[in-house]
Design a protein around this ligand. Structure first.
Ligand code: NAD
Ligand code: TYD
Length: 357
């Protein structure tokens, strides 16, 4: 069943990161009568140059700040009278969560509760259709699959990394606010995204960047872990639909049925880099370097998105092939962006961890 919500003034959190900036670049020009306020702390992962295409738009403004700061969040709700929240802000990298989990608890869990609390105070007594809190979450909250079966909306939670535990805790708080205070929430749990503006600590931009420089490409373990990849534009389309038409209290799983082992994915990316740089076929495959596995590495994630497809009519536009081709072309023509966002201290740690140049 389709439910209408007409967003008027929307708080976007984490809009300078990978998915948040792709979402704003889509939504700000598409909905000129909606006001968007982007609250972002600008951690290493936040980059305002991602938003050059909309930074001067009349219906967009940026505020630098922390979602876990109750006074700031309350004052933004009071000033802007938000009708809707789309909550992206989070620490998002599993390897960093293994190194330093506390920042994940603060931003992902406490930050989410801080936003829920402000919404609860200000939205009390308002009709559910007039307000919406869309919490952007991950399929990693469900843990790891074996070779068969898919995650569905009914899969029990079983987070296994500090990152996924902090997101799972946030999801539980969102549901608790829906149940206890009748806060009109939607939750989306999406599979691994890829596409423009992804920070090059994540597998796909990391491989493209290192291959373009002829540097070794680290593959954890034997490279047989499986991820279900979705182009960020298809994720943003799903979030647009859920925001406008999702049922209050409902969870939607988002994924494109594009399962691939890490080794197959890396090989495909290296071949695409060779093709687009005019190298001989197979030239970059020798860059693959198997390195010690990530501690607690989840084996497989895979999504059943039937509920989203059937209830809201969503379907992805990109195949994995067309999406990876577009993504490799984007990064190869934005090497200056990659250079400007790389976090030197993390890359030094990463390279020393794997004994790489
Ligand atoms: P990202 O790391 O690229 O961006 C996160 C953004 O949040 C950055 O701009 C950062 O500055 C900001 N931020 C971090 N902590 C903050 C805080 N305390 N206050 C305000 N801003 C803060 O992350 P992403 O890949 O764009 O992911 C966005 C959301 O989508 C996250 O909630 C993540 O869990 C979820 N998600 C990501 C994927 C994926 O594959 N990337 C898949 C499913 C769900
Ligand atoms: P990543 O992009 O970090 O996403 P997530 O851990 O949230 O799924 O990693 C995707 C997969 O690639 C994951 O199985 C870990 C693996 N991986 C590597 O093999 N080498 C790397 O250098 C990185 C960053 C990840």
């Amino acid at each position: 069943m389709v439910h209408g919500h007409e967003p008027k003034r929307v708080l976007i959190t984490g809009g300078a990161g990978f998915i948040g900036s792709n979402f704003l670049l889509r939504m700000v020009p598409r909905y000129p009568s909606i006001q968007f306020v982007n609250l972002d702390k600008l951690t290493y992962a936040g980059n305002l140059t991602n938003l050059r295409g909309i930074e001067r738009a009349d219906n967009y403004m940026f505020v630098r700040g922390d979602v876990a700061d109750p006074a700031l969040v309350a004052s933004l709700f009071s000033t802007h009278k938000f009708t809707s929240v789309v909550h992206f802000a989070a620490e998002s990298h599993v390897d960093r969560s293994i190194m330093a989990p506390l920042a994940f608890t603060r931003s992902n869990t406490l930050g989410t509760v801080t936003l829920l609390e402000a919404a609860r105070q200000v939205w009390a007594g308002k009709a559910a259709g007039a307000r919406r809190f869309l919490h952007v979450s991950t399929d990693e909250v469900f843990g790891s699959l074996g070779h068969d079966s898919l995650f569905t909306e009914e899969t029990p939670y079983n987070p296994r990394s500090p990152y996924s535990a902090s997101k799972a805790a946030a999801d539980h708080f969102v549901r608790a606010y829906a149940h206890t205070y009748k806060l009109p929430v939607s939750i989306s749990n999406c599979s691994n995204n890829y596409g423009p503006y992804q920070f090059p600590e994540k597998l796909i931009p990391l491989v493209i960047m290192r291959a373009a420089h002829g540097q070794p490409v680290p593959v954890y373990g034997q490279g047989d872990n499986v991820r279900d990849w979705l182009h960020v534009a298809d994720h943003c389309e799903a979030l647009d639909l859920i925001l406008h038409m999702g049922a209050p209290g409902e969870t939607y799983l988002v994924g494109g049925s594009n399962e691939c082992t890490n080794l197959n994915l890396v090989t495909t990316l290296l071949d695409l880099v060779d093709e687009q740089l005019g190298h001989p076929k197979g030239h970059s495959r020798s860059l693959i370097q198997f390195v010690p596995d990530r501690p607690g590495h989840d084996f497989r994630y895979a999504i059943c998105a039937d509920h989203l497809r059937q209830s809201l009519g969503w379907q992805p536009r990109y195949t994995l092939e067309s999406g990876l081709r577009q993504t490799v072309a984007w990064y190869l023509s934005h090497m200056d962006w990659l250079q400007s966002v790389t976090d030197r201290s993390y890359m030094d740690y990463f390279q020393s961890q794997y004994g790489m140049a």
